[in-house]
Design a binder for this molecule. Sequence first.
Ligand SMILES: NC(=O)c1ccc[n+]([C@@H]2O[C@H](COP(=O)([O-])OP(=O)(O)OC[C@H]3O[C@@H](n4cnc5c(N)ncnc54)[C@H](OP(=O)(O)O)[C@@H]3O)[C@@H](O)[C@H]2O)c1
Length: 274
Amino acid sequence: MKQPLLGFIGAGNMAGSLISGLVADGYPADRIWVSDINQDALEHLAAQCGVHATPRNAIVAEHAQVLILAVKPQILGGVVRELADIIQARQPLVVSIAAGITAGSIDAWAGGQVAIVRCMPNTPAMVKTGATGLYANARVGEEQRSQAEAILRAVGLTVWVHGEQQLDAVTALSGSGPAYFFLLMEAMEAAGVALGLDPDTARLLSQQTALGAGRIAIESTEAPAELRHRVTSPGGTTEQAIAVFESGGFRELVSQAMQAAARRAAELSEQLGH
Ligand SMILES: NC(=O)c1ccc[n+]([C@@H]2O[C@H](COP(=O)([O-])OP(=O)(O)OC[C@H]3O[C@@H](n4cnc5c(N)ncnc54)[C@H](OP(=O)(O)O)[C@@H]3O)[C@@H](O)[C@H]2O)c1
């Protein structure tokens, strides 16, 4: 069976990563359409990936069996309302990657009764190591779920959530999560300099340590707690450091930070959905 015709509205960073990932994985470029008001972004993507490109969103919507909404959340309502007649006539699967916009808002803008998968990707998608949470509304069939999943898998790992609210938790964990690791790296780098390392050396060591720890965590079947115990010898240096983290309330701080992120995600959904 032929792969579905994909239509991307928006040719920015995220759409570019998805399209280049799909084409690199063998998705036929002539089955991908993309539109953008930014002529440079459009031409760049068309030249790089060989996909069909047009400045008119309606042309993309008229071709798409799966319509991927990849514009900024603030302008999504206007874009979807303009395409509502075409969406109603063609009934594509609509896949939205816009942060914070609910499936209900998109459905209302598109005229109702639309099959929608809402996704929350993260920035490592740019280097094909993204983590994306997906939620499907009740109109999405099994085959459409597979289609949406295959698109997001082109840039990394995918997980389905069981209720749309869980996407706020996904936002707090993997959506905002890269910045938490950057903060830790930043702090480790500064502390390394304070201990006498030169800044370049401290940065290199912190980067490589983050990469190494991430790879061990992914490649091992053990939980992070067990991996940590294994590198924490009784009476050793790591034990001293972990004791300081624990007594300073590190876990509680992470929990509070993620609750704040999830609350903000819910507030933004509320504000943007009108
Ligand atoms: N980047 C991430 O890591 C990330 C993570 C999670 C979710 N997302 C979501 O992904 C979506 C896209 O993000 P992005 O980072 O790829 O944004 P981006 O790079 O700004 O891409 C959006 C593109 O849409 C174009 N555009 C603006 N108005 C348009 C219209 N009316 N019709 C067609 N195209 C239009 C923009 O052109 P101009 O530049 O001329 O405005 C831009 O080229 C957002 O909704 C964001 O919430 C992104």
